[in-house]
Design a protein around this ligand. Structure first.
Ligand SMILES: C[S@@+](CC[C@H](N)C(=O)[O-])C[C@H]1O[C@@H](n2cnc3c(N)ncnc32)[C@H](O)[C@@H]1O
Length: 284
């Protein structure tokens, strides 16, 4: 679309840009901020969809009283608390146990049995962009209920130290348990004031690590990679590179489990085929 077509007519008769349109214009202040953030943190904001990211960060900048991203960065470089708030705002950490329950049933009843059949050894499982732990702990509960914990190792990673800390703590509000089957919740959670504490023994089954999916190297030989509700924030180019990396780190026959808005267009280009909705299998 040509730029002049995007300008909305204002009620006063002259043409006026919407905030969204203003933000899409080349903005040296923001571009410079992106460069400095990458240099100091290794996080490249340009890999994330620009309009969403810029909107979130602009809201934070204005709330903190800075007129420009340059001023915002100067203070953030010295102020750890502000840096944490920035990281918090750029990484959206919402998660739940058993998010989209019927997909976890497919994992439990169809995918896991296939994986057990093809790999008689230990299953190597990775929850990528695990946020506060709901996803890897859902995996741990499912494996425990199938008495498969000793046959699997679960690694969980996220770019954000803060969420990893919370995951290790394992304390959750009731809302994040809403899709956990009642009898499962009774087995693995204990009420603590208005919170719920996740089982100490299952916690030990998950190894948490900090990792940036877009820049760090991946281990190979995974049977199952669960990566949900983070790819929607990435640009098409960043997603493409990530799918290539995931495919390379799966063993043949291994599965990639994605979020419900993250279907892969033409998975064969990555050497994967669609198995069940939101599950892709590396071609053997
Ligand atoms: C919306 S949460 C998804 C949590 C969980 N996977 C789920 O579906 O419930 C997105 C997570 O992605 C993480 N994240 C964002 N960018 C990342 C990156 N480049 N590498 C690794 N994790 C990232 C955020 O810190 C956040 O915890």
């Amino acid at each position: 679309m040509k730029w002049f077509n995007m300008i909305e007519p204002s009620p006063l008769g002259c043409n006026r840009m919407t905030t969204e349109q203003e933000m899409m214009l080349e903005d040296p202040d923001y571009t410079d901020f992106i460069r400095k953030v990458e240099r100091s943190t290794g996080i490249n904001l340009a890999d994330y969809k620009e309009s969403q990211m810029k909107r979130r960060l602009t809201t934070l900048r204005v709330k903190k009283g800075f007129n420009t991203f340059a001023d915002f960065y100067d203070v953030m470089a010295k102020d750890k608390q502000l840096l944490h708030e920035f990281l918090d705002r750029m990484t959206i950490n919402v998660s739940e146990f058993w998010r989209n329950p019927n997909r976890w049933e497919v994992l439990r009843d169809q995918v896991l049995p296939l994986l057990m059949e093809q790999n008689p050894g230990k299953l190597k499982i990775w929850s990528a962009a695990c946020s506060t732990g709901e996803e890897p702990y859902t995996l741990a509960m499912i494996l425990a209920d199938k008495q498969l914990l000793s046959r699997a190792q679960i690694v969980a990673t996220d770019i954000d130290d803060g969420v990893i800390h919370k995951a290790k703590e394992g304390l959750y509000v009731e809302r994040s348990l809403k899709d956990v089957p009642v009898e499962v919740a009774e087995r693995y959670f204990r009420a603590e004031g208005s919170f719920y504490r996740f089982s100490e023994s299952l916690k030990k089954e998950v190894l948490f690590q900090k990792q940036n999916l877009l820049t760090d190297r991946f281990e190979a030989g995974y049977d199952l990679i669960v990566c949900r509700n983070v790819m929607i924030y990435f640009t098409e180019e960043a997603k493409h590179k990530l799918y290539l990396k995931f495919a390379a780190s799966l063993r043949p026959g291994g599965f990639l489990f994605v979020g419900s808005t993250e279907q892969i267009f033409n998975p064969l280009q990555y050497g994967m085929e669609s198995h069940e909705t939101f599950f892709y299998r590396k071609v053997q």
